[in-house]
Design a protein around this ligand. Sequence first.
Ligand code: F6R
Length: 604
Amino acid sequence: MCGIVARIGESDDATDELLVGLDNLEYRGYDSAGIAVQNGCDVDVRKRAGDIDDLRNALSTDSPSGSIGIGHTRWSTHGPPTDANAHPHTDCSGRIAIVHNGIIENNGELRRTLRREGHVFESDTDTEVVPHLIESAVADGAPPMEAFRTAIDRIDGSYAVAAVIGGREGVYAARNDSPLVIGSGDSTQYLASDVPAFLEFTDRVTYLEDGDVVRVTPTGFTVTDGHAQSVHRRTETVDWDPQDTGKGGYDHYMLKEINEQPIALGRSVRGRVDSLAEEVELDGFPPGTFDGIERVHLVAMGTSYHAAMYTESLLARRGVPARAFMASEYAMAPPPEENGTLVLAISQSGETADTIAAVRAARAERTTVVTNVVGSSLTRECDDTLLVRAGPEIGVAATKSFSSQVATLSVLCERIRRDVVGTPSADAESFLSALTELPDHVQQVVDGSSAEEIADSFVDSDAYFFIGRGPGHAVALEGALKFKEITYEHAEGFTAAELKHGPLALVTENTPVFSVFNGRDGDTETLGNVKEIRARGGPVVAVASEDAPDLEGDVDHVLPVPATHPDLVGVLANVQLQLVAYHAAKHRGRSIDKPRNLAKSVTV
Ligand code: F6R
């Protein structure tokens, strides 16, 4: 999705810091980039289709000088990725420049009105109406802040907008349904769609809320809400390390983030479980939090939806009725109101539009978000927040966030079970103890994996299938999603039993099947399915716990994972499948961190 960054300082470093910010927003996915730097009464705009490096090269001999500016990475929605459609967009005078993330729904009608007033448009974008609306308000005599608010009041839709106006100190910005966060340094302020954009300059962040309009100057900012009343927004310190946003010597963010999973999992679990005492301690979720809850609806998209499916299995095994929903479907047709429904929203970014819509549509007694991002939109939409603490995830393909979501949700499942059923689950001690060992077990998988050889041996296959049962089904779907999104090959996940009801027709000697064994009941049946695949010539790679049945002679390869509690084998199996997808994509020379057509934060 589009990314916004602004730098408001006193030294003439705006261009350099804006380019750093754009680099740090690259992970969101983009097809063009640009900046606008204030230069006295003028605004110097540079933009182009293509990579940020193309823009950087174009600026290397003639770079705008100034202390205040805005920047943007564009992910096309209105009009193709061309230089003209790249942001920033300007008014007729070229002195008002705008960057925007989101969709302006009444853009057509506004464009017609502005054209009748004599405004001239140069792009196909919805964004371009905004600088002209500001220009129009200024021409009517409004001072800049009032003109900016007048323009914002006239647009409908979702937006995070930032503007510079020639001759006026500061940046004007507003948000509605699209993230926008201020970063505060000593004499320099930043504004961005996401914290990594400015994390190497400051860790003090203030999230804006829907309806907020803000003016940011080098020394601070003033916020007014949707009713133009002055409001205070809380400033927090993020505990992310700026190093976390670099590649740290790895070829790709994805590989770095796969390798970071032991650390991330340690953060998710540490201080939250005491396996000897069979206790869970979740800040903000004391015993009794979920008294009165009778059922859990899990809403999420993509990889987070697979974490929701995984959690559905964990809750069901703990005697708590639970159901995972694609958030987009839930939003369209939420189940009828029933007392005792807990809606658990799961989202790495906390900004996914479909998940926000599901929470808004929910008829629930309580809403809780499980997210990786402090202060993100879903933390404001929901009654309470549980952080997964995975650290910043830059690769578009979610990896460490999935493991950390499942670990965090595992702890939450125990809390819910105790409140709903009244007792700890029967195997609480071994489950909680396995959770504390999870970081070490993931480390063993990462260190000893032969995923690369296996990925290389199946490079010419027609399609790739993934099967599993219970949590293993969620892992099969996640394995297929990861594989397809970064290799661009056809990959599909199924429940193991589903194969013979149709998909088995697709199985040939050119369709490897990755089969997840949980190390528990069900593995015998999965082995039966594997035999059916092999009888049709399909090669099978078992991703199996050391506790799985003897697979000797029944599969072609094994990607082993350490023996652990059966509820957590799936997390380990998923790490093997992440590595398979990574190496398969690398072998094909794919753009692993920024797969085609995809964006990290799906905010529209
Ligand atoms: C896949 C992936 C996406 C996200 C989905 C939801 O690798 O990353 O499928 O999981 O867009 O995003 P969040 O978790 O931010 O709500």
